[in-house]
Ligand binder design. Structure first.
Ligand SMILES: [Zn+2]
Length: 275
């Protein structure tokens, strides 16, 4: 359902960030305004299977008579297409607990990803009945979101890890969450170039990695970045400073976006931990 008012902590950047990751993205009409309320803060990602290989994004967007949609923020089809269904709060988590979540509040603090999959069975081996395209899109989406939020791969959990005890949930089935998190960590960019390969910071970004960028600019380039406030919000002034740095550095595109090349040229320290 459409939600009135603003979108405080809503991940309205989802489509842009997923596309930058190379994912095939479909935007459900009006997704930025859809939700059961706005996010205060997004603390992580929760992965689900829909229970059916054929479950379409529309079923996640609209929900059911007893449970109105959106039922999650993202839907991943078996061909790897990711539909952005909502930016606001969605009903996917229900009751449960996890160390970095307030009890029973998963919906208000996690981005839900529903994958069109039967889950096979609670004891099925990792990736049984998970097409490569779907699994790869899941890994890429989780990595892109974690990177955007400055979180490590550990911030991706399964519904079964949150609600296994409380609700008897076993989704996502045929997904070993530890293996998934390892794959996400690799994708986030624990790579030999110091992590810059995974860097993508642009206007609107927030978090510790942005604060680190501002600190670096302010300290090393005081002539034009000395006035920056280290507030972790990538606004107009941060963008202007990035552009100035790019203008003065041979070989960089002047676009105000901190991608791998600009990050490496800045010798930007990669922040993997949110705290
Ligand atoms: Zn679930």
């Amino acid at each position: 359902m459409p939600q009135p008012g603003g979108w405080r902590g809503d991940p309205v950047w989802l489509a842009e960030v997923l596309r930058a990751e190379g994912i095939a993205v479909v935007e459900f009409p009006g997704w930025r305004r859809r939700g059961h309320g706005v996010f205060e803060d997004v603390r992580g990602i929760m992965v689900h299977h829909t229970g059916s290989n054929a479950a379409a994004a529309e079923s996640i967007a609209h929900g059911r008579p007893d449970l109105p949609g959106p039922l999650s923020q993202l839907h991943i089809a078996r061909n790897g297409t990711v539909t952005v269904v909502a930016a606001g709060v969605a009903w996917h988590a229900g009751v449960g607990r996890y160390p970095w979540l307030p009890t029973n509040m998963g919906n208000w603090h996690t981005i839900g990803i529903e994958c069109a999959n039967t889950g096979t069975s609670p004891t099925a081996p990792h990736r049984r009945n998970w097409p490569d395209a779907q699994y790869d899109a899941l890994v890429a989406a989780c990595a892109a979101i974690c990177r955007r939020l400055g979180y490590p791969a550990e911030r991706t959990i399964g519904h079964k890890e949150y609600a296994g005890r409380a609700q008897g949930k076993w989704d996502p089935g045929a997904i070993d969450m530890d293996v998934l998190r390892r794959d996400i960590a690799v994708r986030i960019g624990v790579v030999p170039d110091g992590g810059h390969g995974a860097m993508l910071l642009l206007r609107g970004a927030t978090g510790p990695q942005v604060a680190e960028l501002q600190r670096r600019l302010k300290q090393a380039y005081a002539a034009y970045a000395g006035h920056l406030r280290i507030d972790g919000v990538f606004g107009a002034k941060t963008e202007a400073a990035v552009r100035e740095f790019q203008r003065r550095t041979p070989g960089l595109t002047v676009d105000g976006i901190v991608g791998p090349a600009t990050a490496a040229a800045l010798r930007l320290r990669v922040v993997n931990r949110p705290d």
